[in-house]
Design a protein around this ligand. Sequence first.
Ligand code: GTB
Length: 219
Amino acid sequence: MTPTITAFERSPDRGQGLARDMRVRWALEEVGQPYHVRLVSFKEMKESAHRKLHPFGQIPTYEEGDLTLFESGAIIFHIADRHAGLLPDDANARARAIAWMFAALNSVEPPIVERSTAVLLERDKSWHAERLAIVEDRVQVRLGELSSRLGRADWLDDAFSAGDLLMVTVLRRLNGAGLLEKYPNLCAYIARGEARPAYQRAFDAQLAVFTKLKSRGLA
Ligand code: GTB
């Protein structure tokens, strides 16, 4: 059965692959699973039909037969669990790859999202500069730790896994922030992820949504 995912009808990133449907598209491309995309507006996301799929009124969601999922991490785990290619067969290596999935979402993404919130939503606050400095320090700590662990390796634990897929998408959120440049191995790691053919197919597919809007004069 071909799954259907949801994505922004008008992504605020103008097709730069920063919204979380990108990681789901990338996972589906890695395992060779075709998929449908249903685009939703910000208004539709908050309506009851979409909230039946996603309690928090967000994207991405995933529908496959009678299975409905939300939370990008859970969706990617489901894809990786059902298909070969994103989690190793060896039980211990698989457990470690899953630990990296959690690390990406629980240890690295939170300070990065906090930083985005500070930049996008708190600029007008009197305490903005002070808070941004604190949040950026937290991001730097995590980047330093991740950079030390990655060292000269290509991927976080031997072969590319769903852990790397999530970590690369999380780190990309820092593009243009001027925080990654201190860590050449992390920059190379992100570039390695972005160079994967599956990543490129996913990126092109989500960019096409924005390009189509633009060609119709709607973006
Ligand atoms: N924990 C959930 C998951 O991992 O699936 C978080 C889902 C989530 O935050 N979804 C966002 C959403 O639907 C889109 S990805 N927001 C609308 C709302 O909450 O009303 C977050 C995102 C949005 C835009 C950019 N961007 O433009 O750069 C980047 C990331």
